[in-house]
Ligand binder design. Structure first.
Ligand SMILES: C[S@@+](CC[C@H](N)C(=O)[O-])C[C@H]1O[C@@H](n2cnc3c(N)ncnc32)[C@H](O)[C@@H]1O
Length: 253
């Protein structure tokens, strides 16, 4: 079943008027969203925190973090939402993995206390080669990352591998129909709708538990105010995963 969630806007972030919306070219915005880096990375991260807070809050709600959960976030940027995840239940252990070294540094600084207390860790890496043993995590989330994955099945297979059977995976992405009007998506974004993302997840061995669509008017990463449509899929790993590879024919028959 799909229905809209109300956007939530009470995250403790600097006012949007304090954030610089420099005149960046669409290709520069695209490159920074894919991998925030260099002098612009700090401003880009703050823009993302504002632009994406409703999607992140909705995802957290659907993730249903419980006592003792080990939570993995793929592409947390500067980790602005890690504190809320850890606060979601007792004894939560959070790991954020981002392929941007600058974002990993920023996330460690922003979440210094959590890192020092051993409640959060931030690592550099890519979700198509996760540095974790199988069945390491109860919950996994990833918000606004899918567009950048050249071979999405490699990332999804890895995510399934490191999830415990019965765990929850929340994947949030802006809907293709809304995204295609934005100027920066022509520069290396792959756009998805529900059916396409569902097919990918199922092919990687996930079962779909729920889908939600969030409608939210707010700032885009360009600084413009837009009507956003965000899709969230909640998936799980069944206890027994049957490979989708074709069965080899016995040549003797
Ligand atoms: C558009 S930003 C979104 C950041 C944050 N999740 C949010 O909602 O504001 C994408 C982030 O994910 C990271 N990223 C994208 N794909 C990734 C992957 N496969 N593995 C690790 N990091 C990834 C990028 O470096 C960037 O920090």
């Amino acid at each position: 079943m799909r229905y809209g969630l109300m956007p939530v806007t009470n995250l403790d972030l600097p006012p949007v008027s304090d954030i610089k919306f420099d005149a960046m070219k669409p290709e520069e915005i695209a490159a920074q969203l894919r991998c925030p880096n260099g002098d612009q990375a700090g401003d880009v991260a703050q823009r993302m925190n504002h632009a994406n807070q409703s999607a992140n809050r909705a995802c957290l709600e659907l993730l249903q973090v419980a006592t003792g959960d080990r939570v993995l976030e793929i592409g947390p940027g500067n980790g602005a939402f890690a504190g809320e995840i850890v606060a979601g239940a007792a004894q939560v252990a959070y790991t954020g993995l981002d392929w941007s070294a600058d974002m990993v540094d920023a996330a460690r600084k922003l979440n210094r206390a959590l890192v020092q207390q051993g409640e959060a860790a931030f690592l550099q890496g890519s979700s198509d080669a996760l540095p974790f043993q199988r069945a390491s995590f109860d919950k996994v989330l990833s918000v606004h990352t899918l567009y950048f994955w050249e071979h999405p099945e490699r990332h999804l297979n890895e995510i399934r591998r490191v999830m415990k059977p019965g765990g929850r995976f929340c994947l949030a992405f802006a809907d293709r129909a809304f995204m295609q009007a934005l100027p920066f998506v022509a520069h290396g974004f792959t756009l998805y709708d529900f059916p396409h993302a569902e097919r990918l997840l199922r092919a990687s061995g996930f079962d779909i538990l729920a889908e939600r669509q969030l409608q939210d008017t707010g700032h885009s990463n360009t600084g413009d105010v837009v009507d956003k449509v965000i899709n969230i899929i909640v998936a799980t790993v069944p206890a027994f995963h049957v490979s989708s590879r074709p069965i080899q024919q016995d040549p003797g028959r």
